[in-house]
Design a binder for this molecule. Sequence first.
Ligand code: HXC
Ligand code: NAP
Length: 295
Amino acid sequence: MTDKLYTQPMLKENSLKDKVIVITGGGTGLGKSMGTYFSELGANLVITSRKQEVLEKTASEISGKTRNKVLPVICDVRDYKQVENMLEKSLEEFGKVDGLLNNAAGNFISPTERLSNRAFDIIVDIVLRGTYNCTLAFGKQWIAKNQPATILNIITTYAWTGSAYVVPSACAKAGVLTLTRSLAVEWAKYGIRSNAIAPGPFPTKGAWDRLFPKEMRDAFNVKKKIPLGRVGEHQELANLAAYLISDFSSFMNGEIVTIDGGGWLKGAGQFNFLETLSKEMWDEVEKVVRNVKGS
Ligand code: HXC
Ligand code: NAP
C-alpha cells in the first residue's frame, strides 16, 4: 500500500453491509473500481453492460476478493425492456435494490460536422436515455414498494460548461445533470435521493483510447490542464461514490460533486493564463501597473 492517503479506502468496514447496488457499465473502468470498493464495504452488486464475458470476469474477480455476491446481467440500457428485465433479475436474486449507479456511457472525440445522425443518437441514447430508462424503471418500483433508495449519476464537468469535440456527450450529460436535480426534489418525498459526481480525468482504457489517443498524448498533456498537476486515482473516486451511495450522506440530495483537481475552473477563469508568468515577469508587471495613475 502506498503512503498517499487518497489512494486508500476511506469508509469504515461494513458501511454498505446488506445494501444491494446496481451499477450500469459495471464491468470495466470506473464502474468496476467503484463496484469493487462497494463490495469491499459489504454490498451485494448487480453489474450490467452489453458484454456478458466482460461482466462475468469482473463479477468473479470482485466476489473472489470480497466474498460478497456480484450478479452479472447483460443489459443494453438504451432498451427499456432490457432494463425492466435487469431489474427483475436483480429482485429475483436479492429481493430488493437500495442503490442505482448510472455509470454507463459512450463517447469519442470528433468534429461535430463529421458525425452521422446515428453517431449523435448513439451517444445521447447510451448516456441520457440509458440513465432515464434505469432511473424510471427503478424509481417506479421503489415508489410502489415504498422503499427508500439512492441514485448516483456519473456526469462530467462539461455538463455545465459544454465542450467542443464531444458535443453529443456534453448534451447528454447536461440532461443527466438536470434529471439529478429535478428528481432530488420530486422524489425526496418517497425517500429517494439523487446526487451526481462530475469527475475530471481518471485514466481508464475506455475513456483514454477514445478521448486521449496515444498519438495525441504528448501534444496534449492532460496533467498540464489540472492545477493540482495530476490525474485522479480510482480509489479517491470510489471513496466519494461510496459515501454518496451510503446512508452517511443521508442529507445530501441534488448535489453535483466535482472531483477534478480544479481542472474545469482553470479553463474558466479569465486571468488564469497568467499562471505562466515567472517571478521576474511579475516584478516588471507590478512596476507597470503601480505606475498607472488616475483614470
Ligand atoms: C465519427 C464515429 C466514430 C468516430 C464511431 N462513429 N466512431 N463517427 N468518428 N471516431 C459512428 C459510427 O460510424 C456509427 O455511425 C456510430 O458512430 C455508431 O458506431 P458503432 O461502432 O456502430 O456503435 P457501437 O459498436 O454501439 O459503439 C458505440 C460507441 C463506442 C459509443 C461508438 O465507442 C462504445 O462502445 N463506447 C462505450 C464505451 C465508451 O465510450 N467509454 C468512454 C466513456 S468516457 P454510422 O452512421 O456509420 O452507422 C467519458 C468521459 C468523459 O464519457 C470525460 C473525460 C474527461
Ligand atoms: P468505460 O470503462 O468505457 O465505461 C463505460 C461503460 O459503459 C462500459 O463498461 C460499457 O460496457 C458500458 N456501456 C456502454 N454502452 C452501454 C449500453 N448501451 N448499455 C449498457 N452499458 C453500456 O469508461 P469509464 O472511463 O470507466 O467511464 C465511466 C463513467 O465515468 C462514464 O459515465 C463516463 O462518462 C464517466 N467519466 C469518466 C471520466 C474519465 O476520465 N474516465 C471522466 C469523467 C466522466 P459495454 O461497452 O460492454 O456495454
